[in-house]
Write a protein that binds this ligand. Structure first.
Ligand code: GLA
Length: 398
């Protein structure tokens, strides 16, 4: 029998230790890395992420000691109790502050509130191995694992895209992050060995595209803290909305890559943010996602790699969400002759790069990137070869 993945073992072990051998409901949900389509999801565009083989696991049992949910997060050694009537105090617009490391409380309260939990009493244990704050969507994995396990514990099955949308609302309404649907959707519906080509507008639709066998996916964490991420992310979202308004389109991804020079947008700013480069990135990135999905289907991995490189240049120069550490990982990978292409992944401002390594070369490439990074910055980065895994699922607990 294959052993349970480590996050599941840790969550189940901790739950048993705290609450004994009771009937349990359990679910796990993965983090993600995005191959292409960065900052397109909240612009009604397409994205092409994969779910990775790192996950978050939630284990739930019922208790009859009152309508409260006691939640223990193993990785943070932290526990909190939630009451159905008090969940609104965790809403982003009602919170006065959240101490660092306590944002998980908003995710839990959001899932409990939006799933309309009014009882029974719950014991919940959560553990995961998606690195936090690295841009691999540990928060989406957390929300989706909890929502999936809770759906089972409360007898509320739901369509995976409906669940993804609920978790996206948790980000908007409780965490205060105006994110798109990508992270929650891929965590809900991915299948192993495939990227998800997701269309992020109503009606949301998706298809699974096979990863080319000639490539291995390497994730390189620059370990640069993403401290500016939430404010800078919200500023980009606001800039894109303003640009769409000026161009008269509902979704910025629909704008044509306009010739610049005379247009209104060329002189437009929002809170000091030039709008024209945002439009250039979003419109060209939207075209790149479709080209990348086609390249994957045709098994043209060289073209796919070239599109990753172009995406990185656009994120660096137009959208301005990269940093020198991410640029170094991407440049080193591209110059090594061991990669098809590379780019930063996720919101940016630090965090991880995704490298499409030649099959069989990921290990050598990881060593090469680590030593170049060390020479340049005097410290290490953290490379990790990942597999494209499946989306959230409940699993049997004996
Ligand atoms: C974050 C958000 C996503 C997406 C990416 C950038 O991961 O949660 O919705 O916007 O940034 O592509």
């Amino acid at each position: 029998m294959t052993p349970l993945p480590i996050a599941r073992q840790r969550a189940l072990g901790a739950h048993r230790e705290r609450y004994g051998c009771v009937k349990r409901f359990a679910a796990a949900a993965p983090g993600r890395v995005n191959l292409l389509g960065e900052h397109t999801d909240y612009n009604g565009g397409d994205v092409l992420p994969i779910a990775i083989n790192l996950e978050c696991c939630a284990v739930i049992s019922h208790h009859d000691a009152g309508t409260r949910a006691e939640v223990h997060v193993v990785d943070l050694c932290d526990t909190a109790v939630f009451k159905a009537d008090d969940l609104d105090v965790y809403r982003a617009d009602q919170r006065t502050h959240a101490a660092p490391g306590e944002s998980w409380r908003a995710y839990v309260a959001g899932v409990l509130a939006l799933m309309e939990w009014r009882g029974p009493g719950l014991h919940i244990t959560i553990a995961g191995d998606v690195p936090r704050g690295s841009g691999l969507s540990s928060s989406a994995a957390f929300e989706v694992a909890l929502a999936t396990a809770l759906g089972q514990a409360l007898g509320q099955p739901s369509d995976p895209i409906v669940r993804a949308r609920l978790c996206q609302r948790v980000e908007h309404e409780f965490a205060g992050v105006p994110c798109g649907l990508m992270d929650q959707a891929v965590s809900c519906v991915a299948i192993p060995g495939h990227a998800l080509h997701l269309r992020c507008r109503e009606p949301v639709s998706f298809r699974h595209v096979p990863l080319p066998p000639a490539a291995e996916v390497l994730v390189v964490d620059t370990l640069v803290p993403r401290t500016l991420a939430s404010t800078a992310y919200a500023a980009r979202v606001a800039g894109c909305r303003a640009a769409a308004g000026l161009l008269g389109v509902r979704h910025l991804a629909d704008a044509s890559p306009i010739p610049f020079g005379e247009s209104l947008i060329d002189r437009a700013h929002v809170s000091g943010e030039d709008l024209a480069p945002l439009v250039r990135h979003v419109t060209t990135e939207q075209a790149r996602v479709n080209a990348a999905a086609a390249a994957m289907e045709a098994g043209d991995v060289a073209r796919l790699g070239a599109l990753l490189n172009e995406s990185h240049a656009s994120l660096r120069d137009e959208y301005r969400v990269s940093c020198r550490e991410l640029d170094c990982v991407v440049d080193t990978s591209v110059r090594s002759g061991l990669a098809w292409g590379a780019k930063m992944t996720g919101a940016g401002f630090g965090g991880c790069a995704v490298v499409l390594a030649h099959a069989g070369a990921a290990h050598r490439l990881a060593e090469h990137i680590t030593s170049s990074f060390q020479r340049r910055f005097g410290r290490s980065c953290s490379p990790l070869a990942v597999q494209a895994g499946g989306g959230a699922a409940c699993f049997d607990v004996d």
